[in-house]
Design a protein around this ligand. Sequence first.
Ligand SMILES: Cc1cc2nc3c(=O)[nH]c(=O)nc-3n(C[C@H](O)[C@H](O)[C@H](O)COP(=O)(O)OP(=O)(O)OC[C@H]3O[C@@H](n4cnc5c(N)ncnc54)[C@H](O)[C@@H]3O)c2cc1C
Length: 438
Amino acid sequence: MCSPENPRLRVVIAGAGIAGLTAAIALRKHPLIDVQVYEQAPELLEIGASIALGPNGLRTLERLGLQNAISNEVCYRGPSNLPMIYRHWKTGEVIGNDKHDNVNERLHRTARYHRGHLHGALLDNVPKEMIHLGKKAVGVDVFGDGVTLRFEDGTTAQADILIGADGLKSAVRQFFVPDFKLLWSGWTAYRTCFDASLTKSIPNLPEDSIHWWGTTTSFFSSKLGKNSYTVVGSIFVDPDDPSAQLKDAEWDEKASVQAFRDLFTDWNPVVKALAEVTPSVRLFPNFSCAGTLDSWIFGNRVVLIGDAAHAHGGAHATGGSLAIDDAYALSLALNSVFPVTATQKPSTEQISKAFKVYERTRKPHAEKLLKLVHSNNAARIAKLRAGHVETDDELRVRASKGSNTNWLHEHDVVKTFEKTLGAYKETGDDFQEAKARL
Ligand SMILES: Cc1cc2nc3c(=O)[nH]c(=O)nc-3n(C[C@H](O)[C@H](O)[C@H](O)COP(=O)(O)OP(=O)(O)OC[C@H]3O[C@@H](n4cnc5c(N)ncnc54)[C@H](O)[C@@H]3O)c2cc1C
């Protein structure tokens, strides 16, 4: 209901990944918001790797009406309904599993995708003319009542709000926090997707997604949607060891498939056979942020979502769902200060309120994960440096405990948002008192 003198709220998003596209989908439902997405890549080609979404991300996609992105046509859910099964690297015995706590709908159960298929399903819900390709963000200028995003090609985009959704190596984040550092955890993954028909002749191939656990090496195998199959072989080394294997691996670098197969020659026959049919692999070193950001908000006009806000290296297969929930929480927060009946654009104070409510909804949750990622990595590195080699018994005990991450995978972003908004209404700008109750 903005009047002609009070035009629509202009939102610019840097990055057309999972976070950026979900934010665009959520915000374009608002009749008074104009959204434009700027992506550095000249074409939208997703890397040939898999991604899992947990119940939290799937429920949020459903709330956004994205049935096409959660249906069994596009992703795979195994017959056991267990989100993860752990098998022994050598014997193939099941030595642990994760379970859903409170997930009744099949469509909300952990789903596995070729990343390109998930990305494509999101893209189907964003008009082509909203996405501007070949636009690499390099700088930002914030004014009192607006923001300009600058691109490498010398062009700019003006808006009322900029959302930095430009991933792990976010240029928007780096512009405001130039000393922000990413650290290699010591994990590097060989990843690939291929046609599931290649696995047909493998005897005893489980139908479920399986994490085959060794001590410093692991193997993940799963069917994906659209008759795809994925394997991921990960190795862990001391990141400070100058002679460590794969130390200089580049992100998405083509790797030797033979080197990948060699890692698994002594493993269970199913793993060995899967490695043998794998046609090619690429490397993905695992990076996460060295610390945490003091704030995800800059100049009351710029806000970060997804990996740009909380780079965590993909731990616990939760980055996609976190990105989706961030985007949704931000849209709820903006709606709370700018209802569809608004007669004018939100003021800087209202935008600031929306950003604070969004940040308070998401940051403590993301930081709990980052703390876990950092402490797990530190513990692994310490053991390695102490020369401790995990025994078979220790491996089995570790697997039997499962991942204990339902607080992540079944997190209810709407409930947390509502609590946060309520706390804001009670205490105004000062969350300190209300924080204790969240
Ligand atoms: C090895 C690995 C495995 C993973 N596995 C899983 C998994 O199984 N499940 C899961 O949920 N998560 C997983 N993740 C994490 C997940 O991929 C990310 O958390 C998720 O993609 C975050 O989405 P995003 O939109 O923030 O970032 P991205 O998906 O990385 O999107 C960022 C977008 O911004 C663009 N961009 C970058 N810089 C600029 C710029 N300067 N200007 C304009 N555009 C720019 C990029 O090209 C990209 O399109 C994994 C991550 C890694 C590293």
